[in-house]
Design a protein around this ligand. Structure first.
Ligand code: HEC
Ligand code: HEC
Length: 335
């Protein structure tokens, strides 16, 4: 067989060379927002870049992030359900159950405190909780980093995103970057605000009720994201098994207090409340209409509303206009 000694020599040197390291790719990722959405604050140590967002998405759908490689973040946060789940409590590895309902992951870039009790100060470290939690992915994050650093594709992706290997810092930052891009701003209601569509009669009556003193809904679920991230007790129980914010502060006045969740895509994220105890929107509206329990921390805006069956149906019709179908099929958020 004829061979070329020069070529062989070249191959020899090429194979002895260190793996080429990709340079950091700083191509910015710009969020597309309608005029009624402010541009969110992005942390200086985690500017949004295409490479970071792409890496975060890989990690979000990576089974190796769970101890037995059986589940991903996407197991409990499903795009078709606005990144929530349809079970009261979603199982983690080996079918283990936690104690809270999987929330939607939309417009997280605007969160001021993370998790239902506000126990996590910023999105960029939240991922530590599900990765390490016994009832979720149960993998020490340093083991996750080792696994990722054994995979040349990930080594390259981390280099392009952060110029570093996978570490607790870069893993959580990349997941934060991807999750900041999960913007839902194209619901029927947004199209209505931009003058593109009108609401049907029932939804329009519901809109007026929602924003009125007759219901007080918008005083807690207000603003472009249908929450101003306040913490309140909405009178769900006399005695809370889950202390809510009291778990974080230890204060009795925080017993049964939870962060006000966004209502965007609310028609898709049943069951409702911190424990998924209310099966549908009718049950939620029934709860508010009766005024809830007499818990000492119950906010005084939660009072019997005396709404008619028709008014409840109108409110529900309005809540349905907060569904953003383009978000559910957006290719950028698919694995
Ligand atoms: C076993 C189901 C499960 C898995 C797997 C899971 N989550 Fe969650 N997620 C939840 C539950 C339940 C909560 C509510 C926790 C709380 O509020 O205390 C939550 C809360 C969150 C929040 C906070 C949202 C908010 O509004 O405060 C973020 C962000 C999040 N998860 C991202 C992730 C990421 C990233 C992963 C993968 C690394 C992941 N989750 C894996 C169930 C899960
Ligand atoms: C005092 C503040 C406050 C008022 C007023 C209020 N809510 Fe809420 N709402 C909350 C809090 C806090 C939660 C979360 C409670 C929990 O997780 O257990 C919540 C939860 C919900 C949920 C479930 C969200 C989810 O993802 O599980 C819906 C739907 C809802 N509210 C709709 C309404 C409507 C409609 C009105 C008016 C009739 C209203 N709220 C009035 C504070 C309020």
């Amino acid at each position: 067989m004829r061979y070329c000694p020069f070529l062989l020599l070249l191959l020899f040197f090429a194979s002895c060379e260190k793996e080429p390291v990709s340079p950091v790719d700083t191509t910015p990722y710009v969020l597309e927002l309608p005029p009624h959405f402010p541009y969110p604050d992005i942390p200086e140590d985690n500017e949004l870049t295409e490479a970071r967002v792409a890496l975060g998405k890989m990690l979000f759908f990576e089974p190796a992030m769970s101890v037995d490689s059986s589940i991903t973040c996407g197991a409990c946060h499903k795009q078709s359900l606005a990144f929530a789940d349809d079970l009261p409590i979603s199982p983690g590895v080996r079918g283990r159950l936690g104690f809270r309902n999987s929330p939607t992951l939309v417009n997280l870039a605007y969160l001021t405190k993370v998790n239902k009790d506000g126990g996590v100060p910023k999105l960029d470290i939240q991922a530590l909780v599900p990765i390490e939690d016994h009832a979720e992915m149960d993998l020490p994050i340093l083991h996750a980093a080792e696994r990722l650093n054994a995979d040349p594709e990930y080594v390259d992706a981390f280099q392009r995103a952060y110029g570093e290997l996978a570490s607790p810092f870069t893993i959580t930052r990349a997941l934060g970057a991807f999750q900041r891009t999960l913007i839902s701003a194209n619901s029927t209601y947004d199209q209505y605000l931009m003058g593109e569509v009108s609401l049907n009669a029932a939804a329009e009556r519901g809109r007026q009720l929602f924003f009125s003193d007759a219901t007080n809904c918008s005083s807690c679920h207000g603003g472009f994201n249908f929450t101003e991230n306040g913490f309140f007790n909405n009178g769900l129980y006399e005695t809370y098994e889950d202390w809510g914010r009291r778990r974080v502060t230890g204060l009795p006045e925080d017993d049964g207090v939870f962060r006000v969740p966004t209502l965007r895509n609310i028609a898709l994220t049943a069951p409702y409340m911190h424990d998924g105890s209310l099966p549908d929107l009718q049950a939620v509206l029934e709860h508010y209409n009766t005024g809830g329990t007499t818990h000492p921390n119950k906010d005084n805006r939660i009072q019997p509303l005396h709404l008619s069956t028709e008014q409840m149906a109108d409110l529900e019709a309005f809540l349905h206009t907060l569904t953003d179908t383009s978000f559910l099929t957006d290719q950028r958020f698919k694995p």
